[in-house]
Design a protein around this ligand. Structure first.
Ligand code: UD1
Ligand code: UDP
Length: 357
């Protein structure tokens, strides 16, 4: 079998890999490279165990740092691995620093590059993920878009060759595990939560954590919400809240702060929440797919369909807008299938088989 390298580094990429890897392995020998961008067990190892992802063949142990530190060191180490393994294709996911680094190395070594979640944009280069998206989509050979919007954006950039709307791989995983997600609800009793009577919050975007004013606006809004809020906190957000002395703002009987949670518990919490507050791209579309409304805490979203259809409300990091959004929540009657139907991984592996053999 021909060899493919999949490169992952951050939490959402392990989840996407869990969906894709079994399908890739039907036709290819897969070598998994973990850059080590995320290293805490509750952001990394736990997902490999819980989602039965094969252990990475390489862990580059890059760790945290500036974009230059991370991308530079990843490039050096990825180059060694790609030369040694000599794959016919490298697969990258989403828009993290790990994505950009692997794209640069694959392109420089003339190895075919496949991008999962191609074509999405937030049209703001101050967002770290936006430059990663741009770097990757300039260098990609096979564009696996999750939506028609991705295809249209690539077309507007003059990219039309080898562009496929396959749907979203994260939907595959929800569909495969729907019964477990909806029936195993221990996480609700663990936190004394009642179905449809609590709020789930996640915050980790650079614009909401590194900007203390934005973070304060969001935390002030949280403190005004009547329902119990479960807030599995990203370590980035936790340390900034500590460093800025903002812990008092999230110390209320209503706000349950906990460590980052596993995949299944998080899906169950999304499914049964009354509504969600998030700046996570993954949670934005998962909320939509679970038919739970979400208030988006970032200024832009690449999942604009979720807003256009009235499911999600784009409040941004504004206390006033968030509270207004909470008051105006109303579930739409209609939901499209713009994220596909849960067979994205199958389609991707067929197409790669067709193109690479
Ligand atoms: C990264 C991605 C972001 C993605 C997110 C998923 C980039 C630019 N950002 O953001 O697109 O949405 O992952 O969660 O690639 N830290 C730990 N333990 C860890 C990892 C990080 O404590 O295992 C802390 C460190 O203080 C680190 C900070 O979190 O400096 C930020 O980590 P980093 O990977 O740079 O960015 P994320 O915010 O996680
Ligand atoms: N997620 C999780 N545990 C958590 C928070 C999020 O398993 O405590 C999942 C979430 O359901 C989604 C993915 O992690 O599948 C999203 O990752 P993240 O928010 O870190 O990154 P983004 O999608 O914004 O890049």
């Amino acid at each position: 079998m021909k060899k493919i390298i999949t490169v992952v580094g951050a939490r959402p990429q392990f989840i996407k890999l869990a969906a894709l890897s079994p399908h890739i392995r039907k036709y290819f020998t897969e070598v998994i490279v973990h850059t080590g961008q995320h290293y805490d067990s509750n952001l990394s190892d736990n997902f490999f165990q819980e989602l039965n992802i094969p252990q990475p063949d390489y862990n580059l142990e890059i760790g945290s740092g500036t974009a230059g530190f991370q991308i530079g060191n990843m490039i050096l180490k990825l180059e060694e691995v790609f030369i040694k393994e000599n794959p016919c294709c490298v697969i990258v996911f989403g828009d993290t620093n790990s994505t950009a680094a692997a794209s640069i190395v694959a392109a420089k070594l003339n190895i075919k590059l496949a991008h999962i979640e191609a074509g999405l944009r937030e049209f703001d280069k101050s967002i770290p993920e936006e430059t990663n998206k741009l770097i990757t989509d300039i260098l990609t050979d096979f564009y696996f878009c999750p939506t028609d919007t991705g295809v249209a954006i690539l077309k507007s950039m003059g990219i039309t060759n080898n562009v496929f709307n396959v749907g979203d791989v994260m939907i595959d995983l929800i569909e495969e595990n729907r019964i477990k997600i909806e029936s195993e609800t221990k996480i609700l009793s663990d936190f004394n939560l009642t179905k449809k009577d609590y709020v789930l919050a996640t915050i980790h975007r650079a614009s909401n954590t590194d900007n203390s004013e934005n973070l304060k606006e969001i935390l002030n809004a949280l403190s005004q919400i009547k329902q119990k809020i479960i807030f599995p906190i990203h370590p980035r957000t936790y340390s900034i809240i500590q460093n800025l002395g903002l812990s008092a703002r999230v110390k209320s009987d209503n706000i349950i702060i906990t460590k980052p949670l596993g995949y299944f518990d998080t899906q169950t919490l999304i499914h049964y929440a009354k509504f969600i507050l998030t700046d996570s791209g993954g949670v934005t579309k998962e909320a939509y797919y679970h038919k739970t409304q979400a208030i988006l805490l970032d200024k832009q979203t690449e999942w604009i369909e979720t807003v256009n259809e009235g499911w999600n409300i784009q409040a941004g990091p504004s206390e006033k807008n968030i509270i207004n959004a909470v008051l105006s929540l109303k579930k739409p009657d209609f939901q499209s299938s713009f994220l596909g139907s849960g067979d994205a991984s199958k389609k991707i592996s067929y197409i790669l088989h067709d193109k690479l053999y």
